[in-house]
Design a protein around this ligand. Structure first.
Ligand SMILES: [Cu+2]
Length: 118
């Protein structure tokens, strides 16, 4: 009996790690990422509300490149640099309050957005 207990304990540790890992894989990571499509130089949603610590992924199907940047002196939005397919940014700074204004460097007339972080 003792032998089995020891074996169970040694397996127990490993399976706890495996289970934790499996749970992490199973957890809907997508829930923590808000997706915004970019089609023909337009955002699918211009005003979005997310929770602190959430990320936004912009998914572009345009042939032209985009570069999202903060508007004015906004410091909570980081310049994405040029991208053609996707760009992701995490938002966990809510210190300034109010929505975060951003735009596309190449298409500021049609690509303007606001992000409210709660
Ligand atoms: Cu653009």
């Amino acid at each position: 009996m003792q032998k089995y207990w020891v074996r169970w304990m040694s397996l127990g540790g490993a399976s706890a790690v495996a289970l934790t890992f499996a749970l992490q894989l199973a957890a809907p990571a997508q829930d923590n990422v808000k997706k915004i499509d970019i089609v023909k130089n337009k955002f699918s949603e211009e005003n979005v509300e997310i929770k602190k610590g959430q990320s936004i992924t912009w998914i572009s199907t345009d042939k032209s490149k985009h570069k999202l940047q903060p508007k004015g002196k906004e410091t909570r939005f980081k310049n994405t640099g040029d991208f053609k397919d996707t760009a992701t940014q995490k938002f966990d700074d809510v210190t300034n309050g109010g929505p975060i204004d951003y735009e596309c460097f190449y298409h500021p007339a049609t690509m303007k957005g606001k992000i409210t972080v709660k």
